[in-house]
Design a protein around this ligand. Structure first.
Ligand SMILES: Cc1cc2nc3c(=O)[nH]c(=O)nc-3n(C[C@H](O)[C@H](O)[C@H](O)COP(=O)(O)OP(=O)(O)OC[C@H]3O[C@@H](n4cnc5c(N)ncnc54)[C@H](O)[C@@H]3O)c2cc1C
Length: 465
């Protein structure tokens, strides 16, 4: 097995994936795994190129040391691979499942005409091998600083900040408004993309290392905010960008209309409780408004709940079906997993381009019956008993910032480039600071913010950012 010419000797092999026509029967993850020996060959494909764009700012927001751990995978040194992976990424089991793999769009092997290295799958293989073979043991902080930090919000940004600060020796309590920690990893990204047992596994590990989680605590309550400011040496706000964009249309309050987050959260709650969701798509004609990850997740969830039909309204014209152009993410019209499943089930792509909803029709009880639409200037009506709004997010919810005496900027964000706010002991990170992005970027934010907090608490820092 030759490393430097591995990309010429071995073809890229992707993870086996369940057939889109069958996998909507369950909410389980639908990717299989390669054997460790097969994975080693995928590691061998990495060229150890002179300028690894994969780990640059055009590739990985976390600057993962991709060529280093690919090489360790190739040599079967799983412990070394793990050590190098964890150096920059606290939660590879999340990014290995849901990251759009910007690193692969920036991979030199891919840019020169061959298939990119399977970086994301290699990452997932390392962390899952580590869990399976007991390479991951709780790592207790080596020092105790005596400083107390409150982290508000337990999405990837809050979790990364908490993990970093805890390992640095600060005492960390994470306050979460929901009934379970995890943010969008728990309630948002659906179970088939990220099984909730994977999130629970990480939360348990963090608890065993000393992080405390308090759920059901809303920091937008001024009394709570006041207490956190009084009792903690620093407060880190990682409350996400949860303010949903509105979709102007007549009769928008019809029964059967849901915000995507409300719908996806209910669905995951029901799965975790082993029950049917209270807002189910079963037997309904479902319309989803939007064209991002959230809309795709709504399509895929509605299919699993047994929708009669699913149509996705996309305001923009259909994009050219081009390959991803480095260094940007693909904007091609190729179907994502949810659209693939809809095509397999109903024989047509659910996306209806250049289409906006103008008005909702209801029956005498106020329940949605149809959506009046405009497609490329032509009016028509689509039958619908459920409408899901996934038109994106306009920034953070203003109430938590207000409770701490802070104001969001005009784009709904909090915190400057050094994660500081107008109150010197309050920091901000993640989607709340930079607007809705990706899990990898949120983890990077949490790590860098932890560094800023440590510097504030100790007067210096030598933490990895
Ligand atoms: C449906 C959906 C699917 C996505 N899919 C992907 C994907 O496949 N890949 C990818 O990379 N990215 C994806 N993203 C984006 C990604 O999930 C986010 O960028 C990321 O989770 C942001 O992390 P965060 O920690 O900043 O915020 P969040 O994950 O939003 O966490 C914020 C937390 O703060 C809590 N909170 C808010 N207000 C308060 C308060 N007042 N008091 C206490 N707690 C509070 C919230 O309950 C939540 O737990 C998706 C986003 C959505 C909405």
């Amino acid at each position: 097995m030759g490393k430097t010419t591995g990309f010429m000797d071995y073809k890229r092999v992707d993870l086996p994936v369940a057939d889109p026509a069958c996998r909507t029967d369950s909410f389980g993850e639908f990717h299989g795994a390669l054997s460790p020996a097969e994975r080693q060959l995928q590691g061998a494909r990495c060229m150890n190129c002179g300028v690894p764009f994969c780990q640059s700012e055009f590739g990985c927001p976390l600057h993962n040391l991709v060529p280093e751990w690919n090489d360790e995978v190739f040599h079967g040194n799983w412990q070394h691979a793990l050590d190098r992976l964890l150096k920059t990424n606290n939660f590879p089991e999340f990014t290995g499942r849901v990251c759009p793999a910007l690193c692969e769009s920036a991979c030199v092997c891919g840019l020169y005409g061959d298939a990119a290295i399977s970086v994301r799958d290699n990452e997932l293989a390392i962390i899952e091998y580590a869990y399976e073979h007991g390479l991951i043991a709780p790592h207790m902080p080596p020092v105790v600083s005596g400083k107390q930090v409150a982290v508000v919000g337990s999405g990837p940004a809050g979790l990364a900040a908490a993990d970093q600060l805890n390992q640095r020796g600060h005492s960390v309590v994470v306050f979460e408004r929901d009934d379970r920690p995890g943010g969008l990893l728990m309630y948002g990204i659906p179970n088939m993309k990220l099984d909730k047992s994977v999130v629970e596994r990480r939360l348990r590990r963090m608890e065993s290392e000393g992080v405390t989680f308090v759920t059901g605590k809303d920091a937008a309550d001024p009394a709570t905010a006041e207490r956190l400011l009084a009792e903690y040496d620093a407060v880190v706000l990682c409350c996400g960008a949860r303010q949903a964009r509105t979709v102007p249309m007549d009769n928008a309050s019809a029964a059967g209309v849901y915000q995507a987050m409300e719908y996806l959260t209910q669905s995951t709650r029901a799965i975790l409780a082993g029950q049917d969701s209270v807002c189910t798509a079963r037997g309904r004609d479902v319309i989803v408004i939007g064209n991002g990850d959230t809309a795709t997740d709504c399509v895929a969830t509605a299919l699993r709940q047994g929708a009669s039909s699913v149509t996705q309204l996309v305001r923009k014209p259909a994009p050219a079906d081009a390959a991803p152009v480095w260094p940007y993410r693909s904007r091609s019209g190729r179907p994502d997993y949810g659209q693939e499943e809809a095509i397999a089930k109903f024989g047509r792509d659910p996306r209806m381009y250049e289409t906006v909803a103008k008005a909702l029709e209801t029956d005498e009880s106020g329940a949605l019956t149809a959506v009046r639409c405009l497609t490329a200037g032509k009016e028509h009506t689509l039958p619908a008993q459920m409408l899901l709004l996934a038109a994106g997010f306009s920034g953070a919810e203003p109430d938590v910032a207000a409770a701490f005496g802070l104001t969001l900027d005009e784009r709904g964000r909090l915190g400057d480039s050094r994660f500081r706010t107008a109150n010197e002991k309050v920091f901000a990170a993640g989607d709340m600071r930079r607007g809705a992005t990706l899990v990898a970027s949120a983890i990077a934010e949490g790590r860098a913010c932890a560094r800023a907090v440590d510097e504030y608490l100790e007067g210096y820092t030598n933490m990895n950012g």
